[in-house]
Write a protein that binds this ligand. Sequence first.
Ligand code: FAD
Length: 535
Amino acid sequence: ASGQGFAHAGGVETVDIVLPLEASEDVGEWEKAAAKKLGVAKVCEVRLLKHSIDARQRKVKVQLRLEVGLDAPLPEAVEPSWEAPPLPKNAKTVVIVGCGPAGMFAALSCLEMGMKPVVLERGKDASARRFDLAPILRQGTVIEDSNYCFGEGGAGTFSDGKLYTRATKRGPVRKVYETLVAHGAPPRIMVDAHPHIGSNLLPNVVKAMRESILKAGGEVHFQAKVSGFVREGHAMRGVVTADGREFVGDAVILATGHSARDIYQLLQKEGILMEQKAFAVGVRIEHPQPFIDAQQYHLAKGEERPRLLPAAKYGVATKIDGRGVHSFCMCPGGWIVPAATENDEVVVNGMSLSRRDSPFANSGLVVTVEPEDTERFKKEHGVLAGIAYQKDLEVKAKKAGGGGQVAPGQRVADFLRARVSQDLPEMSYFPGGKSSPLHEIMPRGVVSRMKDGLRLFDRKIRGYAGADALLLGFETRTSSPVRVPRDETLQHPEVKGLYPCGEGAGYAGGIVSAALDGMKVAEAVAAKCRVISDQ
Ligand code: FAD
């Protein structure tokens, strides 16, 4: 397939075409444009392979990659499905701690390779977990093992469900999409350049994945919080749960995410090597979605977003005094949500539904924190200084908010002038905000860089730092401040049989990269098991 406009008689071609927005949903227009590009009078059938919107100019264009049947209909498309071979009687057992994207994809991969996964998850199944979000939203009470971060599907279940990743070199992204579609995600994610699922659909996808794990012979245990390790010298044999159950196996995959601070403490207590790494902290910034639409789609004053365009997104990034300042996990048409995992803290993050139809656009706006910036916590916390740095901010947010999950907030214009806001604009954050001096609460190095960043971004997106823009504190859980090292076999260099995995161990940042890491680690476990059984 050339894509350059050459037709091979009787064959199938791939072409890239560009259409004006209004024509972009009309299959007849696709066929005409494909025929023109291929230099033929007409084509027999077309199928969409890739869809992306180019809104750099006022006249929005849509880029489409099409598969074209020249003289005959295209071969029928194969629907993604997931199946694993029956488990062999002597299947190796792999204990997987954490049922987030890393743990779930590791479990499915184990089954595909004939190993039995035993998944242990501190939280509840996705249906029960949904009910536990009401107390945090309405009364500001965090249920510490069941919340926006903990429970079936991990931090990805009640999220924006963005599946866009730059991690294409890390593994088979398409396989991740196919697996999600096989479990009920919209097939559209296979063609969109910036795919997204949404919190209304994600819980059913993770439930279907769990069904697949069980059906293929794996185990999934909810409310099974791991609180100890079973070790024999330098080898990890299994884990112990808080209610005293012991699970042993041929390998332990630790995929507990970056909010499982008790796991980092356990690793520290056990003397298991960890390293500090850079992370980022900051705020959620929120604007009215129509403002972001107007800026990104170059709309005239009062002009509404065309029906065919989704809620607009943006990304901003710069470097100031050696530290990155950037937007993070932008949620068009979304909500700011309370992502705390303990009751003495306030943490904000963002989510959306598949329609992305809330009147607000929110995004993390964060500044990189290097290990050297956490110096004041090192004496007491050692390698966990970065976590202490995060926690310190989260506790300060709780105090400034004044109770429950009320978050400290400030208008951007006031933040830039270092003054407390008289009032806060309307916001999507259900527990509400309290006007607070964020410029005094956050570390000085974060404040000054964020201010410079905001001024710069305001030049890119006019009004970004304007009167209606709100900052809510704090966005601290962007990535793990700790890396749990691995050697070339993906095991911990000092503890054989322990496979650090996913975002919590420092190898992923987002749903897709966590899923890819889960698959990669499962392959490493299979390789080790093969070596052992060959001996
Ligand atoms: P996690 O998803 O954190 O899963 C870890 C699991 O381990 C959890 O279920 C936890 O309960 C469990 N666990 C922890 N400790 C224990 C223990 N001791 N015993 C047993 N189980 C334990 N990423 C995107 O790519 N796109 C988005 O749109 C997006 N939106 C987000 C919105 C929100 C509100 C949040 C919080 C995150 C969002 N993210 C998003 C980030 C994404 O969810 C994470 O990057 C991803 O889930 C990391 O996967 P993981 O499997 O490594 O860890």
